[in-house]
Unconditional design. Structure first.
Length: 1371
């Protein structure tokens, strides 16, 4: 129902008015607690807003929210996450999504064009959010008046701002570098030389030419026009009554009090909200009757500055607070106060991401800390500066110190935080002013991501007045406040005993040591907190970092006189001395990157860096993914109920425990399956769709709740209670050791089990040294595709079913669905257009998702879809195979290894999935060195844990690590340089043939030795190795490491079909078995089609590329599609298409010759028309079947990585990575470059960041973006140089090309090895301080992933204490 707003009084308004991309919406009776994302995706055509996490952690759903301020007559534009923003709070706003920035109808925006041209979009699922985040930064920079006018074609934005604009957005495909380049291309201070490989210009062109080739950016069109009709509504909050709930926006404290009072009387459930971002952390599965939006109460939005401090209303957004704290406060405050405010602002910039800070309020944050013990940054930093808060309960208002506020029992839901007041800090405050006094203030935070978007392990803020004493000379602390928080405590605390301890004492090493001993007893995480010792060690480290510059002998009193030590030099404390601890500073996130790409046009347009097909549609959000397909009429939604017991009988499922779930239509279990209970079927076995009597492991699907909306289905599934019975059941197998004890294994078909190499006992006998039975363990990794599992099943006539599935193997889903439904194969049709990322995770597991929808649709006679939420996706996916490795290695004194024996136990989980491929995959990379002899025993353990899948570079990633761990161990044993041990064990072509008898290829194809040497030169490896040594000698608290690592990665081709059809107008339609999931398969296929048909050599045949369209996979149109996996599907699909083109060209050539004879020349369109008239068959379908003897081949590459480790926090910064990768002759260097960089960064995730943890039953506990941290733009190499080697002709390859999708992932082990080298240096240093054996030993088994706690633990959690003890003993 649409109402006329003019007639209404603003305060009793009953509708919501806002605009989306210029289109007005006036909604009555809408549920205002619907999220903006739900509204946009389900009730508008704007599908560019993607759901990926639903908790504010990824940026896929970011939109621009513009609000008009009538007081200033200005429009404020800021990004927000639409998955957390509620519809009630967008009244009067203008919302812009990616489609609104630009689109195919009205024209694309240069941002979108540049994203496409810089190859910054692969699967494209993150791209709309990225574009919106950047767009917001761009238009906001343009609005500022205090910036100089940029040159024509550029914006007012700086490079650093451009990079940071996307810091909170996750991308799993690209590795970020091209995205950053696309953004930087707008910056006023960009050096065009720094912009990476793109489709606009070629190397060597002048800057003017480069600029002229970029899609032009016109600043005149930069600002958005705010819809006039909204101007009056934008200052009014919504007051809406819907069937579901009421939304109130009080405009005064009195009104608020009345509302809260009423709540108490009516007994209804009520929630106060501001930005609603809190629900990103505290997920809510309940509906409230009433929402009270605090943003329109002046007292809560106040920002007041006076000489006593800054008062900030509780409803002020964090970003606004930052702006206030950091703005030039000319004359208003003392220098000390400015410093304090500014540093608080700096720290706040690391909270969440910009789009959360734009809607999350300061008060919301503090209330979460107060009521629910949220690990807040704001609470800690404000605690250290004596912040005062004002709260209101009923009519009474109360001012409290923040400490009192936090220390109170959780405040009730009717108590409102009104404002905070940060006092103005001056030297004279409470103490007598002294000419040599100085106020020091620093804040700290140790978190997996330096720029934010990650909760800290611990945060701290220290304020102290420091006084320089004359006799005895030294510093004395006065008036100090040391606050710590977020380390697993109820709330931030001040360590008053430590503060008091310092009182009246001159700072010295022993005083500091005593203080630290005291601190250790005070900062202790509560039981159940992860990494407690690490967190406590951070507290010690930070206090040491803060105070030690005041003691260190290098801080000298000039001329020995106190008078000479002026305020200025003390002031420098915070800048220079501090840098001794913090990471080396870089002006920008990615300081430089280079891509060297050799281009060849022998097979034009194959080999060209053509932009990715559909990239621009992905950037505008118009590209359609499964969940973007509009829901058919009467569509229902499903959600899985899964087992939380590893082995138990399912006695029953109760849906309505406590509260009755809304909208539930049905509960589908195994009993409802008309055919076989089949969730998936691969070459090696099958798994049931739903557990029958017995669950086999946690995360196993038990049932499917079907409801009227996805939200209701999710809520119902979440509330469902499964009753289990474990009586008289064998205990579950929860480790590989238990599996061995109980002989629980999966079989590997003998042809898939690789052969042993050489004679182990001979090799061992040859050795001078042996390491026996060393052990390592490896954990898992989650795919983290941005689009979670999804499918839509639509019943069709005559018992048929059409299923849209986001899957890497539609053919397999097809068979599974048919078996489930008990219908012949021809009754089922599975369609897949594109995937929002796959990485191996959308193979076996997606079949069950598709089948579940099909079964439900079949039973309920209506369409059923599911978009699996991130949590369940993470729980069910299983991820990489964890493993336990025992190795024995024999070697000579010069480092040459003569024999390696490996016993590997893989945890394959409850179902076989594709585990039997693992031994062959592992051996593909384990044979990267000449081990002399290699003997191995790989067992696939059947456990009651989630079944594991094939994650990008399955087995190879782990094998690369194992190989390098062995090399490192040998080097350490012999005290040799690791690089020399690698060098001496690299394969010769002879040894390569011995290890890879069927895939070694010709000697000329073995490019590894030359790449190995070449990279040493181009990356200045030897010089930098020396520089690292010098650096390590000079730095106590930072250590560097550098490592060069080769890869040898075997892949195998598989049969793949292709179909090429030429339409009457000469346009061409192509279908292939391979699925486009971001890897550029369609682009390569298009190029190959244009090349293949171009061989007909008629007029215009050279330019067929634009005439080719690759269309969705359809299992009834092209059969035998197989599986897109193993890095070779692109080339196999290309080959299939080339075969089709050959057939068509053969059919067309006689006709062409006839026409040529007649007319002298013939154009493509004429030729095709003639072919139609002459009934030439213009559709060809072929199955490419690789030649058995040449189907396997090896890929080579080398990486050099240099890292810096912070010994206080364990943080590793990747300073530089150089890669050379041999692509044979790249089919598309832009696509291959993207694959190399993206895979490498995903590898960084595996080796350094991503902890995929489970509880003891195997239930994934890192099941969200809060706990699972994939790389972000601030964790990739600061310098990232990649060279694609076009190594020439490879006769058995598809136009000489080689794979690029997975092998480069394993190069990321170089970062791990470099980190290990840095850790070794740290341990050597501890040894030199007389540290104990365990920290002093330089044999380092560094766990994977080498997260901050892991690195710090190896460097010594007590490294500071050791140093202090040593210093005290020395003096
Ligand atoms: C992805 C993400 C990452 C984050 N990272 C960090 C981080 O690194 N460090 C950090 O410190 N924080 C972090 N946060 C927390 C963030 O700062 C808070 O979510 C935000 O400040 C809450 O503000 P809000 O206005 O959205 O609160 P809401 O979600 O609207 O409210 C939160 C709670 O407080 C109550 N409430 C709100 N205002 C008041 C008031 N004035 N009086 C009484 N009750 C009130 C609400 O009823 C609700 O219970 C992160 C949040 C997200 C989503
Ligand atoms: S879906 Fe909203 S931030 Fe991830
Ligand atoms: S392109 Fe960024 S997630 Fe795929």
């Amino acid at each position: 129902m649409v109402k006329n707003t003019n007639a209404m009084d603003a305060t009793t308004k009953q509708s919501l008015v806002f605009a989306v991309n210029g289109r007005s919406f006036e909604l009555c009776n809408v549920d205002p607690s619907t999220t903006l994302l739900e509204f946009l995706r389900y009730q508008t055509p704007f599908k560019s807003v993607k759901l990926s996490c639903g908790e504010g952690g990824c940026g896929a759903c970011v939109v621009l929210l513009s609000r008009y301020d009538s007081a200033t007559d200005k429009v404020e534009d800021s990004t927000v996450s639409s998955c957390l923003t509620l519809l009630g709070s967008v009244n009067g706003c203008s919302i812009t999504t990616a489609e609104g920035i630009g689109n195919s109808k009205d024209g694309f925006h240069p941002i979108q064009e540049r994203f496409s041209g810089f190859h910054a979009s692969q699967c494209g699922f993150c791209t709309p959010g990225m574009c919106v985040s950047f767009y917001s930064a761009l238009i906001n920079a343009e609005k500022s008046n205090d910036r100089p006018e940029p040159c024509t074609g550029f914006s007012k934005l700086t490079v650093s701002e451009a990079e940071k604009s996307i810091a909170g957005n996750l991308c799993r495909c690209t590795g970020y570098r091209p995205i950053v380049d696309a953004c930087k291309s707008f910056a006023s201070d960009v050096d065009m030389e720094d912009l990476g490989f793109n489709s606009f210009w070629r190397k060597g062109e002048s800057n003017e030419v480069k600029l002229s080739r970029l899609p032009p950016y016109d600043r005149k069109n930069a600002t958005r026009v705010f819809p006039e009709f909204l101007k009056k509504d934008s200052t009014v909050g919504a007051n809406v009554d819907s069937q579901r709930c009421h939304w109130r926006s009080p405009v005064s404290l009195e009104e608020l009090q009345n509302l809260l009072q009423m709540e108490g009387n009516e007994g209804t459930s009520m929630k106060i909200i501001v930005g609603n971002t809190g629900t990103g952390y505290y997920k809510e599965h309940v509906h409230y009757d009433k929402y009270i939006d605090l943003r329109y109460i002046p007292k809560l939005s106040i920002i007041r500055k006076d000489s006593t401090g800054i008062e900030i209303g509780a409803a002020v957004m964090i970003s606004k607070a930052i702006e206030t704290l950091k703005e030039e406060n000319e004359g208003e405050f003392s220098q000390e106060a400015k410093l304090v405010f500014e540093k608080i602002g700096d720290h706040m910039e690391k909270i969440a991401s910009r789009f959360i800070r734009n809607s999350g309020s300061v008060g919301g944050n503090l209330m979460m800390a107060q009521r629910k013990h949220f690990p807040s940054d704001i609470a800690t930093i404000l605690l250290s500066v004596d912040t005062i808060v004002e709260i209101m309960t009923g009519q009474s208002r109360l001012k409290l110190t923040l400490e009192e506020f936090l220390g109170r029992p959780p405040l009730d839901s009717r108590t409102v935080l009104l404002s905070i007041k940060i006092p103005c800090w001056e030297l004279s405050r409470g103490v007598s002013s002294d000419a040599h006094d100085k106020l020091l203030f620093e804040t700290y935070r140790a978190a997996p991501r330096p720029l934010g978007n990650a909760l800290p392990y611990l945060n701290a803020a220290f304020l102290a007045q420091v006084s320089l004493r004359e006799s005895p000379t030294g510093f004395m602390l006065k008036n100090c406040r040391f606050a710590f928080g977020a380390y697993g405590t109820k709330h931030a605390i001040r360590v008053k005993q430590v503060e008091e301890f310092f009182s009246g004492k001159l700072l010295s090493i022993s005083v500091l040591y005593e203080a630290i001993k005291l601190l250790e007893t005070l900062v202790i995480p509560e039981d159940g907190t992860s990494r407690p010792a690490y967190r406590s060690s951070l507290a010690v480290g930070f206090l040491f970092e803060f105070l030690s510059p005041l003691i260190d002998s290098t801080v000298k009193v000039p001329n020995g006189s106190v008078n000479g030590y002026n305020r200025a030099s003390l002031f420098e404390y915070s800048t220079q001395e501090h840098d001794r601890f913090s990471q080396t500073k870089f002006p920008t996130l990615i300081s430089s990157s280079k891509q060297e790409v050799g281009l060849k046009n022998e097979y034009h347009p194959v080999g060209e860096p053509t932009t990715k097909t559909g990239a621009i549609l992905q950037a505008s959000g118009e590209a359609i993914y499964v969940d973007d397909i509009p829901s058919p009429k009467d569509c229902l939604y499903g959600a899985f109920i899964y087992s939380t017991e590893p082995r138990a009988r399912v006695k029953g499922i109760k849906l309505n425990h406590g509260s009755s779930p809304d909208g539930v239509i049905a509960l589908i279990t195994s009993k409802d399956i008309p055919g076989f209970n089949l969730g998936s079927k691969s070459f090696f076995g099958s798994e049931p769709l739903y557990a029958e009597e017995l669950t086999e492991g946690v995360g196993q699907r038990i049932a499917f709740v079907v409801a009227d909306t996805q939200k209701n289905a999710d809520i119902a599934a979440n509330l469902a209670v499964v009753e289990y019975d474990k009586e008289n059941l064998e205990p579950p197998i929860l480790s590989v050791e238990e599996a061995v004890e109980r002989c629980s294994f999966y079989n590997v078909p003998p042809p898939l089990y690789p052969k042993q190499v050489g004679d182990l006992s001979e090799g061992m006998a040859e050795a001078n040294h042996r390491i026996l039975d060393a052990q390592i363990k490896l954990g898992s990794q989650y795919y983290f595709y941005m689009e979670t599992q999804t499918a839509l099943a639509i019943p069709d006539e005559d018992n048929c079913m059409v299923v849209y599935s986001s899957i890497q193997c539609p053919e397999y889903a097809h068979n599974t669905i048919a078996a489930c439904l008990g219908v012949p194969g021809h009754n089922v049709r599975v369609k897949t257009r594109r995937l929002g990322g796959g990485f191996g995770g959308k193979a076996v597991k997606s079949m069950a998702v598709a089948s579940a929808c099909a079964v439900a649709a079949y039973r309920l006679h209506c369409p059923v879809r599911v978009y699996v939420n991130r949590k369940f996706d993470m729980i069910m996916s299983g991820g990489r195979h964890p493993m336990k490795i025992t190795y024995s290695v024999g070697f000579k004194s010069n480092g040459k290894i003569t024999a390696l024996k490996l016993d590997i136990l893989l945890d394959s989980g409850m179902f076989v999935d594709v585990s039997p491929i693992m031994p062959a995959h592992m051996l593909g990379s384990l044979r990267k060195y000449d081990w002399g002899a290699l003997s191995f025993d790989i067992k696939l353990c059947k456990t009651n844990l989630p079944s594991r899948g094939a994650v990008r570079a399955p087995g190879d990633a782990q094998a690369s690590y194992i190989s390098e761990a062995v090399i490192e161990h040998v080097a350490s044993y012999l005290s040799m340089e690791v690089d020399s041990v690698r060098n001496i064990n690299l394969h010769t072509h002879n040894s390569l043939e011995f290890f890879f008898p069927t895939s070694a290829g010709e000697p000329s194809e073995y490019t590894l030795p030359s790449i190995w040497e070449r990279l040493a030169t181009t990356s200045s490896f030897y010089d930098r190795t020396k520089m690292v040594k010098v650096f390590n000698r000079c730095h106590k608290w930072k250590k560097r490491g550098i490592s060069r690592v080769p890869i040898v990665y075997e892949v195998s081709m598989r049969s793949t079909p292709g179909k090429v059809s030429i339409l009457r107008d000469g346009s061409i339609v192509v279908e292939v078995g391979g699925i486009e999931m971001g890897q550029g398969l369609w682009t390569k296929v298009k190029q190959m089609t244009a090349y293949g048909l171009g061989l007909v050599k008629c007029g215009g045949a050279q330019d067929l590329l634009e005439k080719v369209r690759v269309i969705e996979a359809d299992t009834l149109s092209v059969i035998q599609g197989g599986l897109t996996a193993g890095s070779t599907t692109s080339e196999a699909s290309c080959e299939a298409v080339r075969l089709c083109c050959n057939v068509l060209v053969e059919r067309l050539i006689p006709l062409k010759e006839k026409l040529m004879e007649k007319f002298g020349s013939v154009e493509w369109e004429t030729l095709i028309l003639e072919a139609y008239s002459n009934s030439v068959n213009l559709s060809a379908i072929e199955l490419y079947v690789p030649n058995f003897s040449t189907m396997r081949y090896i890929n080579y590459g080398v990486a050099v990585s240099e890292v810096e480790v912070n010994l206080i926090t364990g943080e590793t910064t990747i300073l530089q990575t150089d890669i050379i990768y041999d692509c044979g002759q790249s089919l598309n260097p832009a696509v291959d470059l993207g694959q190399i960089e993206g895979a490498y960064v995903q590898g960084i995730g595996f080796f350094m960041l991503e902890e995929y943890l489970t509880n003891s039953d195997g239930l994934v506990i890192t099941d969200n973006t809060w706990t699972y941290k994939i790389p972000t733009v601030d964790t990739i190499p600061k310098q990232f140089n990649v060279e694609i080697l076009n190594s020439g002709n490879h006769k058995d390859r598809v136009l000489s090309s080689k794979a690029s999708g997975e092998p480069p992932l394993t190069l990321a082990v170089s970062v791990h090895c470099a980190t290990r080298a840095a850790v070794r240096e740290a341990r050597r240093q501890v040894l030199s301080w007389g540290g104990g054996n365990e920290a002093g030993s330089t044999l380092v088994q560094l766990e994977v992933p080498a997260t901050m706690p892991v690195v710090k633990e190896l460097c010594g959690l007590d490294i500071v204490q050791k140093y202090l003890q040593w210093t005290i003993a020395k003096n």
